[in-house]
Write a protein of this length. Structure first.
Lengths: 494, 260
């Protein structure tokens, strides 16, 4: 608490008032600190710094959507050269400079981590200042002795502070009682210490806790996002039927997709459940069912099936002898160990194409564009040699067979599943933090707190009435109304 | 037939939005400026009702010819806009609540505008089955519409406060009360929209780094900063606050256009 030095002294019937900015109050706490430290403390202790940091964070997050951010690390020379090749040529001379500033990895760079770290420190400093004040205000009977005995002591403030000194010609006791009555009539809760002519008045004092919870939430949000961007381990696995995949988790796990049960159109999976078999280190296995787009905790990690991709499995055999013929998929990553091809219905790159070299035939699967095609059906096109116009196009469904130029083709639908595994739990800290900020800010938006300290004292023949207001409500209480406090005319009027 | 009704919907919707925006500005002028002629008062009502008629007819024709194919934004948002205006009319007959009326006008403009933007960007995928994800997306859009509507009303309100002096009005604090109230409403709506969007993206994809969450986070940050500024300085209609609210409106418009 500081002393009431700047407040103008009123004349017997006059008034004086001042607003004590947060900087002054902060400075009063560290009078001996060197300038730099004082400046740092004042900055971190100033609620305007919250505004600066929020705008800084927004700007960086917004920029990360404007400047292309590659999903992989640019430290790998091959990945880097591939990425450079994909951006416009006129930008090439700038790429190295921009990269040196970390503009291509904004979400993991100091540009984002610095404001988050500053937000954490700022929020902690604001809490250090705010929590004791909010605690004292919650315990109304605990009135600081200094507040009662020292008429010039400035009460601590969290919001906008206004000090008003008024002169009244009546006795202090009479003026004080009238002021408290007026405040009670205006809907304030009041607490008086008659012997000292000191009193408190407040509205929605719980909202001071909401103010503190905003900063507590910001601290959690900052620490969660900071550690999430630094330590988070997330991986997206693609599971294919019949294949075992090792999950890159702390605990070694082997995953195998047992089945994917699709609801609705089989080639447009909007809903479905994926059944997985999980095998641990001790060869204990268990089966879990993961619905599409519904995250759940498995083995202490957060698992989400983010996509179920329909694939068409095509097998070829000689129509007369039944001998199996080998199909080759165009996709470079596709396994060459199987004689059949699994082709994507998404039509991305070469993943929809396969060839039958013995017959010089190329196949392509695609979605049926005709309105007449029954649901769950797709088209299979046949191309001869290097021709670009299909020799034959047919519409097929799951399990159908077709014969083209002496070769029997059988098609069936299966699914690739993309599974996202989030190992760490820092996101939960960030989520908790944001929730706290959200609840606090909504409460604060609905109910903005007002806190008044009223003191009356004999000042040699007249009454000196001092009112200190700490508020987060811009229009409450109004200065004109405060000026009428203790006036007998106003009391009669009301 | 579909092409014709789409044209009616688009052209009618645009005209309706212009009428509502004009009515909104006139309404704010009626509230803030002391000298309002009866002709101005009547023209506000006529513009509102004519806009409603056009909007209802255009959307009705479009929905009937495309049912059940239209995207869920086209199904949900235009009726919400019309309901907002009906509520506004009910309030006006009872004497009116100024802040609420301004927000409802703004909401009608943005809800209808979002539906039209959906059509313009070609995002006319049929409405999905009723799932938690689609409900969350609908809630996100409805609440984000409330935030952007309030920001639009704030913009219109700023136009008026610059043209007529608030101190001339019998209640000099009215403009400040309205300005603060609009920031409060927009902040609550943006908070709810961000929470809904983050919940949806996390449950669907296990991450929140998606365009809708990002734009709503930026909006929320701007509005939070504006609200903190108002609370801690006591100054309501400052240049900083105005800029922050208008920036949040810009990010909301980006969301409406960019997010499917």
């Amino acid at each position: 608490m500081g002393r009431l030095h700047p407040l103008n002294h009123p004349s017997p019937v006059g008034e004086g008032h001042t607003e004590a900015p947060a900087e002054d109050r902060a400075q009063a706490r560290l009078p001996e600190a060197p300038d730099l430290l004082g400046f740092l403390w004042r900055t971190l202790n100033n609620s305007h710094f919250t505004l600066v940091l929020l705008i800084w964070l927004s700007a960086i997050i917004g920029l990360s959507y404007i400047i292309p951010q590659p999903p992989y690390s640019l430290d790998d020379p091959l990945a880097y050269s591939q990425w450079v090749a994909s951006i416009p040529q006129f930008l090439w001379p700038l790429v190295e400079d921009l990269r040196a500033f970390g503009l291509f990895q904004l979400r993991t760079s100091a540009w984002l981590r610095l404001p988050l770290a500053l937000l954490l420190i700022h929020a902690l400093v604001m809490l250090y200042r705010g929590v004791p004040v909010a605690w004292k205000r919650t315990r109304m009977h605990h009135v600081s002795p200094g507040l009662i005995n020292d008429a010039y002591e400035v009460p601590p403030a969290l919001g906008r502070q206004l000090g008003l000194a008024l002169g009244r010609t009546e006795a202090p006791g009479q003026v004080f009682r009238r002021v408290m009555e007026q405040l009670a009539q205006q809907g304030f809760n009041v607490f008086s210490v008659e012997r000292a002519y000191a009193g408190l008045a407040w509205r929605w004092h719980a909202s001071w806790w909401a103010f503190c919870s905003v900063y507590a939430g910001l601290a959690f949000l900052a620490v969660g996002l900071l550690l999430h961007s630094w330590l988070a381990q997330a991986s997206v696995l693609t599971l294919q039927p019949g294949q075992s995949v090792s999950a890159p988790a702390r605990k070694p796990l082997t995953l195998q997709m047992e089945a994917a049960d699709i609801v609705g159109n089989p080639i447009d999976p909007r809903e479905g459940v994926v059944r997985l078999r999980i095998e641990g280190v001790s060869h204990t296995s268990k089966e879990v069912a993961l619905p599409l787009h519904t995250g759940q905790i498995v083995e202490g990690m957060w698992w989400t099936v983010v996509n179920i991709v329909p694939m068409v499995k095509v097998t070829a055999s000689d129509a007369h002898s039944g001998e199996e013929l080998r199909l080759w998929s165009f996709a470079p990553a596709a396994s060459a160990q199987y004689p059949y091809a699994r082709l994507s219905l998404l039509g991305e790159g070469n993943t929809s194409f396969a060839s039958l070299p013995t017959q010089n035939i190329t196949l392509r699967v695609g979605r049926a564009t005709s309105q007449d095609a029954p649901p769950g059906h797709f088209v299979l096109s046949f191309f001869r040699g290097v021709e670009t116009t299909p020799a034959w196009v047919t519409t097929l469904g799951n399990g159908d067979e077709v014969v083209f130029e002496g070769v029997r083709y059988q098609v069936s639908i299966s699914y690739d599943v993309q599974l996202r595994i989030q190992e760490d739990w820092w996101w939960a800290v960030a989520a908790l933090g944001w929730l706290t900020v959200a609840v606090g800010s909504i409460l604060l938006t609905i109910r903005r707190p007002v806190w008044l300290v009223v003191r009356a004292m004999d000042a040699g023949g007249y009454c000196r009435l001092t009112t200190w207001v700490d508020t987060l409500a811009p229009q409450t209480p109004q200065l004109d109304w405060l000026r009428t406090l203790g006036s007998s005319f106003t009391a009669e009027k009301e | 037939m579909v092409t014709q009704t789409t044209m009616v919907f688009t052209a009618g919707g645009m005209v309706a939005m212009l009428l509502w925006l004009t009515a909104l500005v006139l309404y704010a002028r009626e509230a803030l400026c002391p000298k309002v002629t009866p002709a101005q008062f009547i023209s506000t009502e006529i513009l509102s009702r004519a806009g409603m008629l056009l909007a209802a007819a255009g959307w009705g024709a479009y929905a009937m010819t495309t049912w059940p194919q239209p995207s869920w934004r086209l199904i949900l948002l235009p009726p919400l806009a019309l309901i907002a205006l009906l509520v506004k009319m009910g309030l006006a007959r009872r004497g009116g609540v100024l802040l609420l009326v301004l927000c409802l006008y703004g909401y009608a403009v943005t809800a209808y505008g979002t539906a039209l933007a959906t059509l313009w960007v070609g995002n006319t995928e049929p409405a999905p089955d009723l799932t938690i994800a689609s409900l969350l997306a609908a809630t996100r859009d409805a609440v984000a519409g409330a935030a952007s509507g309030t920001c639009i009303a704030y913009g219109a309100f700023l136009l008026i406060t610059r043209r007529c002096r608030p101190e001339e009005h019998p209640d000099p604090l009215l403009a400040e009360r309205l300005g603060e109230g609009m920031v409060r409403v927009a902040l609550i709506a943006a908070t709810l929209a961000l929470g809904t969007a983050a919940w949806r993206t996390w449950s669907m994809w296990g991450e929140v780094a998606r365009i809708d969450v990002t734009t709503l986070f930026i909006t929320w940050s701007f509005l939070m900063a504006a609200s903190l500024r108002q609370m801690t300085t006591g100054m309501v209609l400052t240049r900083t606050v105005n800029t922050l609210v208008l920036l949040s409106l810009a990010s909301l418009i980006i969301m409406v256009i960019a997010v499917p």
